[in-house]
Design a protein around this ligand. Structure first.
Ligand code: ZN
Length: 237
């Protein structure tokens, strides 16, 4: 594949989805930087995983390491002040009356992408890459394709420069995401993802399952485990 000369900024949380997005971007773009948000997550483990994953990607895939630029971490602790959810407060995960789980931080991706675009502009990056996904069972409205297409237009107009939003996982199932990382980096990338990325809502590293570390019971662990099992069942692993 010909290298795209643009610089991409990847929204990178240290979880499985954003790690696959980072690998996807490193395969395509001449230069790739990463951006994480510290928004008072109940569990800091995700932020620690980010640096390990970046280091392991660069070490195990030197051609990607050569393209991997700066990491940025933005303090968005104010998000904790204006939202009241199970990800930022000490509450149990449950389904709300509107059908969304209370892990939903209203409009989180709109805020994240707005800040990301401002940073991208300063860094001369014109592509934002995020792991938003419509097939995610949670149905977060700010992960939907039309929401992000509208935002791409708004950001490009508001900054008066083309700002492309890439969402390579938008229509993939969790099994498809394992297949994509296999395609991008083979067994080595999937082993890296299983070992070093973090998904568990409860912040547990815990036992090492075939799909990675985690409590094994929370919605995030259950989703990751089910996707991994479906991918294995295809017999292409
Ligand atoms: Zn869990």
């Amino acid at each position: 594949m010909a290298t795209d000369p643009r610089t991409a900024l990847v929204l990178f949380s240290g979880g499985q989805d954003s790690t696959v997005c980072l690998a996807w971007a490193l395969e395509r773009f001449a230069r790739v930087e990463t951006l994480g948000f510290d928004y008072g997550q109940r569990h800091r483990i995700e932020l620690d995983c980010r640096l390990t994953v970046r280091a392991e990607l660069a070490r195990q895939f030197p051609h990607w390491g050569a393209r991997l630029g700066e990491d940025h971490l933005l303090d968005l602790s104010l998000l904790g002040q204006i939202s009241d959810t199970a990800l930022t407060a000490d509450r149990a995960i449950e389904l709300q009356a509107n059908g969304l789980p209370n892990t939903f931080v209203p409009g989180r991706n709109l805020l994240f992408l707005g800040f990301a675009a401002t940073l991208a502009y300063r860094r001369s990056a014109s592509v934002l890459v995020g792991g938003m996904c419509e097939t995610d069972y949670s149905g977060y409205p700010d992960c939907r394709d039309n929401t992000l297409k509208a935002l791409q237009v708004a950001l490009s107009l508001g900054l008066d420069t083309p700002m492309t939003l890439e969402t390579p996982l938008m229509f993939l199932t969790k099994a498809d995401t394992w297949a994509l990382s296999q395609q991008l980096g083979g067994d080595a990338l999937n082993a890296l993802i299983a070992e070093h990325t973090h998904t568990c809502y409860l912040g547990e590293r815990g036992q090492r399952h075939p799909w990675g570390h985690g409590c094994g019971h929370c919605p995030a662990c259950a989703l990751r485990a089910r996707g991994h099992a479906e991918w294995l069942a295809r017999g292409t692993a």
